[in-house]
Design a protein around this ligand. Structure first.
Ligand code: 5AD
Ligand code: SF4
Length: 433
């Protein structure tokens, strides 16, 4: 999401004559787009700010600004705590950036713009693809979140949920395809609740939007993130199953396997509902990969709750998981009403158990792919060897194979011959443009 936002920021500033530089020594401004989801994300930013002091000593004209969720959470207080920050801009105030830069430069005043909006979607702004590979791009389809999961700071830093006009989303995807892009990922905190009310009174929901984007071309892959399990509909699964170019991969954050924890987390589903949604995915798309997010050590979590999380991991058999230790965030329901009572060492142990189990499951899942042939969108050179390329299959699994004379951006058929828990290895069978 921040990656997509940075591209919007680059676009807004480019229109006013600024350019993105690749060498930090050349920069007049450094804008750091931040995350506030866990404390360690914020600590990393503080360290980065500290590290930038030497550069600021050498370049007296350099101005540093903080964007995104940490800016929204801490507002002008951040400029008091971090003296080398000149401006702080929240996620809904990026249109103000050109003026803010001028103000900071010409009047030397520090500025904080952190007002949240109920309508801003930046729908008219064509993002500048800053660090893109020219093959795959993100498209933001909605902003904000109002699910108020008890542990989560996002509703406070990104504001109310609002959906972007589908016409502008389809136009952006079309334009990317015409520029040679082969894959778009539609982004929102909870894409299943995407809904845009049109002037004629009708509305477009997420399955309809997916259908429209998928119809652009069979050569344009479509991905999306993130789905909330509480409203993952059968209709979306039907639309996914009906289009070969909608990638067969669903990220469905479970957060915990314990019904007591899920209730305390305010997730609006229990493990039975979650497993029913998993069964529905497998029914419509037996080859669909499933990934998740999980939190170890949320307030009052017992060993019994933890064992239920391990249990749901064994039942679902995820292809990949983002696994986190609970981090208490200010302003959240948890901060106001619950106690962070699982000792850190215990959180670490539980997290490590989940990581170990997931590693084993991912390896077993990957071994089952050996012998199968997948269509792979080639992304670039393998990190390990110049003689090899890597790409992803529809299931979003990375596959490494010999280069031959294949180019990034091509689709190739690759037969899997070997694997690790993280990567498939294979041989190219045929390629198409
Ligand atoms: N502590 C740990 N993990 C968190 N997440 C969100 N808030 C917290 C928190 N306070 C995780 C959730 C979410 C992912 C993006 O980050 O698993 O799905
Ligand atoms: Fe946070 Fe829950 Fe919204 Fe996801 S759905 S962004 S976890 S509040």
């Amino acid at each position: 999401m921040n990656f997509a936002d940075s591209e919007i920021v680059a676009s807004i500033l480019q229109k006013e004559g600024h350019t993105v530089v690749s060498d930090i020594e050349q920069a007049d401004y450094i804008l750091i787009n931040t995350c506030a989801i866990r404390d360690n994300a914020e600590q990393r930013i503080r360290k980065r700010l500290h590290d930038l002091r030497a550069l600021q000593q050498r370049h007296k004209q350099l101005r540093i600004g903080i964007l995104g969720c940490m800016a929204e959470r801490l507002q002008s207080q951040l400029m008091v705590e971090e003296e080398n920050v000149s401006f702080v801009v929240g996620p809904d105030a990026y249109r103000r950036l050109p003026d803010i830069l001028t103000q900071v430069r010409q009047q030397g005043v520090k500025t904080a713009e952190t007002e949240l909006s109920t309508t801003e979607t930046y729908s008219d702004i064509e993002p500048v693809r800053v660090a893109s590979n020219g093959i795959s791009a993100y498209i933001s389809i909605m902003r904000g979140c109002q699910n108020y999961c008890a542990y989560c700071v996002v509703p406070y830093t990104r504001g109310r949920e609002r959906s972007r006009d589908p016409e502008t989303i389809v136009a952006e995807a079309h334009s990317l395809f015409n520029q040679g892009y082969k894959e778009v990922t539609l982004l929102g905190q909870n894409v299943n609740s995407y809904r845009f009310s049109q002037s004629d009174g009708s509305s477009v929901d997420f399955p309809e939007l997916m259908h429209r984007v998928a119809e652009i071309s069979p050569l344009l892959r479509v991905r999306f993130a993130t789905s909330h399990p509480k409203d993952l509909s059968d209709r979306l699964l039907q639309v996914m199953a009906a289009h070969d170019n909608i990638c067969k991969c669903i990220h469905l954050p479970v957060q915990s396997g314990s019904d007591r924890m899920l209730k305390l987390m305010n997730r609006h589903y229990d493990s039975a509902w979650y497993l029913d949604r998993i069964a529905a995915i497998r029914r419509y798309m037996p080859d669909c990969s499933i990934t998740t997010d999980v939190i170890a050590g949320f307030c009052t979590e017992t060993e019994e709750d933890h064992l239920k999380t391990l249990d749901i991991f064994r039942q679902v058999r995820y292809d990949y998981a983002y696994m986190f230790k609970f981090s208490m965030r200010p302003d959240t329901y948890a901060a106001k009403h619950l106690t962070d009572d699982v000792p850190d060492a215990e959180k670490t142990r539980r997290l490590e158990e989940i990581i170990a189990l997931q590693g084993q499951i991912a390896l077993e899942n990957n071994r089952k792919e050996i012998g199968k042939t997948f269509e792979v969108l080639v992304e670039g050179e393998s990190h390990r060897s110049k003689e090899q390329l890597f790409g992803r299959n529809s299931q979003n699994k990375v596959i490494v194979f010999d280069r031959h004379n294949i180019l990034p951006g091509q689709y190739v058929q690759v037969k899997v011959t070997d694997c690790t828990a993280a990567t498939l290895k294979g041989e190219v069978v045929t390629s198409r443009q």
